[in-house]
Design a protein around this ligand. Structure first.
Ligand SMILES: Nc1ncnc2c1ncn2[C@@H]1O[C@H](COP(=O)(O)OP(=O)(O)OP(=O)(O)O)[C@@H](O)[C@H]1O
Length: 659
């Protein structure tokens, strides 16, 4: 019956609301984790526990070896103290129950009493030490795990972000890093329970060998129930992962300053709250189902455990009645039975918890090992600024896409050239630029930098030769200086930054900043300042002017600029291209007049190429696009559109007629 409920829970979490309404849900591939979660059983747990405890010790050791060693020593000592305490109980009872005068009995019992008090005091002290060391070690372990995850994420191929499976694995790993700190407490509880169990079991066996096996058998029903409840809770959480992700994204969009105006002006509050409420409703239903099932399992386990305990106590009474056990030993057995019972329950409950944490940690460590399956495995050739980038028959298809984003493109880009990419939305311009930069690797065909394919180049060395200003550039919450240098400084200091600002038009922006280049470009920070969209774009463009890179890619570089700002950028483009290869992507066709060559893309392929004048002269997609933009009502294209930069006259040495 319990199994059937677990299966029902899975169906309900798979994408359909209880009221039958279909709703947008994240792709959430929990297949392998689901299988792992279903394996949480007593036998698997017993098999995996040593490995999990070892992992917790190794992680703790790597984080802070003194704290880890201290914790282990405390637990071993605590177990020894427990055994000593139980022996002292036995000694005390034996002395007190012996015949004779009461003062004499008390006198003979006092060494055991003193030992009992001493052991209790030492255990209390050890408990405080354990909690002190654990609270120092736990958060550190999570931070170390987070850092390792960040480092792994920065080492993956950019293409990974287009794969739903990768994002899911990354989030599962994130949860693993978050719970890494629980491993300390859980590992400690487990070691403590084990130490108590060994101590209690030794004493119990010494009292009578029948008692320990009986107690273990009596504890089994509760153990099975607890592990079952842990499995149900883990699986419920796993199946709610997609919804939990949706909630965190909704929260971010509702609270973020950049979307706050649209939430209000778009009167989206009720819509977003409704979506949030429905999602939490689904999670709550799954949680409630798991809690109910877990409680039913625990109840069944407790009832069976209760009946089994009666058998154990009956055995003690029988041993006492038949003279197989002295009264003193029977008293010791009572304490030892309680101690061992508590330790066994602790062992199982702690085991179930650490098993669950272990599954999350598995997600984390698997991610680190494989970087979500997308670790960069490129070559080691260190390139100089490229003289020639050759694109040959390049095809690129995004993971799980039905069609190619770039379909059989060939052309050559040379140092000193400005090549413009134009075309409809979604025609593959940005993807092609990312292929030139080696951010993506071709599905087939090749992109070579001076004869070396991009997958054979050392990626960091290659990207140090790339200055990319994407359509959506980052607004780093850093100083203006750091926002321009991106952490890469030259020997020239601020003078190089000011020179780049002068070329991009950001000099006016920096001049108005409260602390100049030291101003943090985010209002949230003390003394920070926020910029307008166009001011941010000038800062982003300055990055390209500042960076000593051989390839510059500008994707819609002036979309937010005023006409003066735009004029400055395009007037400075030839100067920028003097020592570099420049790729320009823009929908404002008047601006592509500055390019030496224009490639017109449609559905991922190059359908036209040529100079600005050549393309305007011929019928084709470029002229159609031009007419859409500049049609003056009489159907004639306005080739001499006022304000458009003069077509570039300079020729590039070695330029070929082919694209
Ligand atoms: N991350 C992605 N995952 C899957 N498909 C993508 C991704 N990015 C782009 N695409 C698809 O690839 C195709 C080319 O997109 P690309 O961004 O290169 O076009 P573009 O010409 O730069 O468009 P725009 O002019 O709108 O910027 C489109 O069909 C798009 O849907």
């Amino acid at each position: 019956m319990i199994r059937r409920r677990e299966r029902d829970g899975q169906r309900a979490g798979a994408g359909q609301q209880a009221d039958g309404e279909e709703e947008l849900r994240f792709v959430d591939r929990t297949g392998s984790r689901e299988r792992a979660g279903r394996q949480i059983r007593l036998v698997d747990m017993a098999r995996r526990l040593p490995r999990l405890v070892r992992r917790s010790v190794v992680l703790a050791w790597a984080t802070d070896r003194w704290a880890a060693a201290g914790l282990l020593a405390c637990q071993v000592l605590s177990g020894a103290m427990q055994a000593m305490g139980l022996l002292a109980v036995s000694g005390t009872l034996a002395a007190l129950l012996r015949g004779g005068e009461v003062y004499a009995r008390l006198w003979s019992a006092w060494p055991s009493l003193a030992l009992l008090a001493g052991a209790a005091a030492v255990r209390a002290g050890l408990g405080i030490t354990v909690s002190w060391l654990s609270s120092r070690l736990g958060p550190q372990m999570s931070r170390e795990a987070e850092l390792a995850l960040l480092e792994a994420v920065m080492e993956v191929e950019l293409a990974a972000y287009n794969a739903p499976g990768f994002n899911h694995r990354k989030e599962a790993a994130d949860r693993g890093a978050e719970v890494a700190q629980d491993l300390v407490g859980e590992g400690q509880d487990l070691i403590a329970s084990l130490a108590s169990l060994i101590a209690g079991a030794a004493v119990l066996t010494a009292v009578h060998p029948l008692l320990l096996p009986l107690l273990v058998l009596a504890s089994l029903p509760q153990a099975v129930a607890q592990v079952g409840a842990a499995r149900v809770r883990y699986l419920a959480r796993l199946r709610s992962n997609g919804d939990l992700r949706l909630l965190s994204i909704l929260r971010w969009h509702v609270c973020d300053a950049r979307t706050a105006d649209q939430v209000r002006a778009g009167t989206m509050a009720d819509f977003l709250a409704g979506r949030y409420r429905r999602t939490t409703g689904r999670i709550n239903r799954a949680d409630r189902r798991a809690a109910d099932t877990g409680a039913r399992m625990s109840l069944a386990g407790s009832v069976c455990g209760g009946v089994a305990s009666v058998v154990v106590w009956a055995a003690v009474v029988w041993l006492l009645a038949t003279g197989r056990l002295s009264v003193g030993h029977a008293g010791t057995a009572v304490f030892a039975l309680q101690a061992v019972g508590t330790a066994l329950r602790g062992l199982v409950a702690g085991g179930a918890r650490i098993m669950r944490t272990g599954l999350y940690m598995d997600d984390w460590s698997t991610f680190l090992e494989e970087a979500g399956g997308y670790r960069m495995r490129r070559g080691t050739v260190v390139p100089a600024a490229p003289r020639e980038i050759v694109v040959r028959d390049v095809v690129f298809r995004y993971e799980e896409a039905a069609v190619d984003a770039v379909a059989g493109v060939s052309f050559t880009l040379r140092r000193g050239e400005v090549v413009a990419l134009v075309g409809y939305n979604g025609s593959g311009k940005t993807t092609l630029a990312n292929l030139l930069c080696g951010l993506y690797l071709p599905t087939s065909g090749s992109v070579t930098w001076d004869g070396v394919p991009t997958d054979a180049l050392d990626p960091r060395a290659m990207w140090s030769q790339v200055a990319l200003v994407p359509q959506e550039y980052a607004h780093w919450p850093l100083t203006a200086r750091e926002n321009i240098t991106l952490g890469r400084t030259t020997g020239e200091g601020d003078s190089a930054i000011h020179a780049a600002c002068a070329r991009s038009g950001a000099d006016e922006v920096v001049a108005e900043l409260r602390s100049g280049l030291d101003t943090v470009l985010a209002r949230d920070w003390l003394g920070g300042q926020e910029l307008s969209g166009g001011q941010w774009q000038r800062i982003a463009l300055t990055r390209a002017f500042y960076r000593p890179a051989g390839l510059v890619v500008l994707d819609e570089p002036t979309a937010a600029l005023d006409p003066l700002g735009e004029h400055r950028i395009f007037a400075g483009l030839w100067e920028l291209a003097a020592t570099r290869a420049v790729v320009l992507i823009t929908h404002r066709l008047t601006n592509v007049a500055v390019a030496d060559r224009i490639l017109v893309l449609d559905k991922g392929g190059v359908v036209q190429h040529g100079t600005f004048a050549e393309l305007l002269d011929r019928p084709g997609l470029f002229r159609t696009l031009w007419e859409y933009q500049h049609d003056r009502g009489d159907g004639t294209p306005s080739a001499g559109h006022a304000g458009s930069p003069a077509p570039r006259q300079r020729t590039v040495p070695g330029r070929t007629a082919t694209p």
